[in-house]
Design a protein around this ligand. Structure first.
Ligand code: FAD
Length: 360
């Protein structure tokens, strides 16, 4: 049915840091007269994935974030939930720059119309577009490794994506799986309430003893960039920069909360077990095992390489130059999303209108 198809020059999917940054730069460059910048977002409110993060994740705990382009985030209370602070900031940003985001609009799939354009099919209509920016993040694609015995567990499986705070862990025996910042934060807030906590990671965790080194950050980004260019699945940039050290972490290492065990080999009805016969009883298995890019809706475009990733040249998908992925792979951080948004806007401008003098 093409009766209700709306034509547009460019559609941005996702209004998180990556989508808003790209929208900002596209709007500054300007689209052809009479055309509108279409931004679609599946979440109910402004804030991208921040609005879905657990309420006990305070703004003070995520202070490594970069502001959206052109508008600082100042004076926020570090003790308020990051979901509230960033939700309000994103709402102000959209208002300030007059960025109209259509929400909640969920993109089901994107396909080629056979005549040079892309059809963006959603639960609220279809857009036909010359260019596409995919900025859908990872939050909606939680990842959990396959471990034998998964379905036999009589307790509760919970992923970071579903975690709402330590209250529900009161008096429970909790095994936290994962070597990233989320796992550490979960453990530190659950331990005082739970009957017991056990931390399990595949590799020994590395705590940053010093301040974050920007050079190390650049190396991490370069590593992910090489993987993505080679068509391999990206690794998380944020996860390869080491775990931040602070007073709470120091205490957790002293009192044993952050003693770590190697990954278990099996899940039993009562908990977890290692090949050497040791076991830990658990009521909850909390999987802080990360996320994967939420790109299932792009499957009809066949962007994937045999290696399992989408091969990229900067933000452009190698197999379809009309498609840009922002916040994907090397740009999956708040600073990376900002830069990638600007780069994608420049390239889309050139794709749509030919090369114009750069304005920024
Ligand atoms: P998101 O914020 O996830 O936005 C994507 C948007 O797309 C969402 O609104 C979603 O609803 C929408 N969407 C998804 N699929 C569809 C669809 N099919 N149709 C329509 N809409 C869709 N980075 C830092 O730099 N510093 C930090 O301190 C930091 N802390 C973090 C803490 C946690 C717990 C996590 C999980 C990440 C953290 N990061 C941090 C990473 C950072 O949050 C992200 O890299 C960045 O915010 C991602 O922005 P994004 O725009 O790519 O994605």
């Amino acid at each position: 049915d093409t009766a209700n198809v709306v034509d547009s020059e460019v559609v941005v999917i996702g209004a998180g840091q990556a989508g808003l940054s790209t929208a900002h730069h596209l709007a500054r460059r300007g689209l052809a007269p009479g055309t509108e910048l279409v931004v679609l977002d599946g979440s109910p409110a402004p804030g991208g994935a921040w609005q879905h993060r657990w309420p006990t994740l305070t703004f003070g705990q995520v202070h490594g974030i970069h502001a959206l382009p052109g508008m600082e985030l100042t004076g926020a209370d570090p003790d308020r939930p990051s979901s509230a602070v960033l939700g309000e900031y994103f709402a102000d940003y959209e208002d300030h720059y007059g960025l109209r985001v259509r929400r909640p609009v969920r993109v089901r799939r994107v396909r080629d119309d056979g005549a040079g354009r892309l059809l963006v099919e959603t639960d609220h209509g279809v857009w036909r577009t010359r260019a596409l920016v995919n900025a859908t993040g990872t939050w909606e694609s939680p990842f959990r490794p396959n471990v034998p015995g998964h379905d036999r567990f009589r307790g509760r499986h919970l992923h970071t994506a579903d975690y709402r705070g330590p209250q529900e862990m009161r008096d429970a025996r909790v095994v936290v799986v994962g070597g990233g910042t989320s796992a550490v934060q979960h453990l530190l807030e659950i331990a005082p309430l739970a009957r017991s906590t056990t931390w399990v990671t595949r590799r020994p965790p590395v705590f940053r003893s010093t301040e974050f080194d920007p050079e190390e950050g650049r190396r991490a980004v370069a590593l992910v960039d090489r993987r993505v260019r080679a068509g391999l699945p990206p690794r998380s940039v944020v996860s390869v920069t080491g775990l931040p050290m602070n007073e709470a972490v120091r205490r957790g290492r002293q009192d044993g909360t952050l003693d770590r065990f190697p990954m278990f080999d099996e899940i039993t009805p009562d908990g977890v077990a290692w090949a050497d016969g040791s076991t830990v009883t658990a009521d909850v298995l909390l999987w802080a095992t990360g996320f994967r890019p939420a790109v299932r809706h792009l499957a009809p475009l066949r962007l994937r390489e045999p290696g399992g990733g989408i091969s990229m040249d900067g933000t452009r998908a190698v197999r379809d130059p009309r498609v840009h992925l922002v916040g994907y792979g090397p740009s999956a951080s708040t600073i990376g999303a900002n830069r990638a948004g600007r780069a994608a806007a420049r390239e889309i401008d050139a794709l749509l209108y030919g090369v114009r003098p750069a304005r920024d």
